[in-house]
Design a protein around this ligand. Structure first.
Ligand code: ADP
Ligand code: MG
Ligand code: MG
Length: 250
């Protein structure tokens, strides 16, 4: 699904990712943890194709295609979804309209017909209900005046509507209370079907308790320095990232 080899990325001429390797198979959920400033969000933005994130070396293959050759819209059409750490507010654009436009843009790029409004609303309503979100959120401007938790849950609604092949969630759990965290985790788990893949960037073990990731990676100073199973996340929760310094000194 995703094959990253020796990825080097510059932001403002400063190298942030320094030879990152990562492979995500179909249906797998990978968690990425790591200290602040290690390059986790940079990885997400690079995969999304955000301007200013320059790949200087290495390669990224998504579903057999060279991601660097694809425009951000093409990436979305091909089934890549990114929920951002700081979800954007789009004043004046109603949430339902935005979701439907995003879905139709994706379908158009795939040569599919536009979704009819009845089936669209049905999907959105189901997903709002599952996430315990009020339907009035559909009529409000995208993320405007949403609480932190509502924005995060809205990301899961977006994901449920767009049905991506690969979803990258950057700190979708930050700022959530325990109930909202559980709803978000359940929202993610509902979308797991053995084919869809996930990259979940998080600081906390708690979300991973609900998600049971297949693989856990530690990103430090622009590279994946440690990989393991769920037990690695528990170890980090207990011991912090001090072992990274020890390993560097050894
Ligand atoms: P993380 O998500 O792991 O906390 P980031 O990917 O946000 O880390 O940032 C990694 C490093 O890149 C940090 O040192 C940060 O200061 C730097 N960085 C991120 N964005 C920019 C930018 N637009 N310009 C310059 N430096 C940046
Ligand atoms: Mg290298
Ligand atoms: Mg970040």
């Amino acid at each position: 699904m995703l094959k990253i080899k020796n990825l080097h990325v510059n932001v403002d001429d400063k190298e942030i990712l320094k030879g990152l390797d990562l492979e995500i198979g179909e249906g797998e959920l990978h968690a990425i943890m790591g200290p602040n400033g290690s390059g986790k969000s940079t990885l997400g933005y690079t995969l999304a194709g955000r301007e200013g994130y320059e790949i200087t070396d290495g390669s990224v293959q998504f579903d057999g295609r060279d991601l660097a050759e694809m425009e951000p819209e093409e990436r979305a059409a091909a089934g890549l979804f990114l929920a951002f750490q700081y979800p954007v507010e789009i004043p004046g654009v109603n949430n339902a309209y935005f979701l439907r436009a995003a879905l139709n843009a994706q379908r158009k790029a795939r040569g599919e017909e536009e979704v009819d409004s009845m089936s669209f609303l049905k999907t959105v309503r189901e997903s709002l209900k599952e996430l315990k979100m009020d339907e009035s959120l559909l009529k409000r401007a995208v993320n405007e005046g949403f609480s932190g938790g509502e924005k995060k849950r809205n990301e899961i609604v977006q994901m449920a509507v767009l049905q991506p092949k690969l979803a990258i969630l950057d700190e979708t759990d930050s700022g959530l209370d325990i109930d909202a965290l559980k709803l978000v985790a359940e929202g993610i788990n509902r979308l797991r079907d053995g084919k869809r893949s996930f990259v979940v960037i998080t600081h906390y073990q708690r979300l991973l308790d609900y998600l049971s990731p297949d693989h856990v990676h530690v990103l430090s100073k622009g590279r994946i320095v440690e990989s393991g199973g769920e037990e690695l996340a528990r170890r980090l929760e207990d011991e912090g990232y001090a072992f990274l310094e020890e390993a560097a000194e050894a």
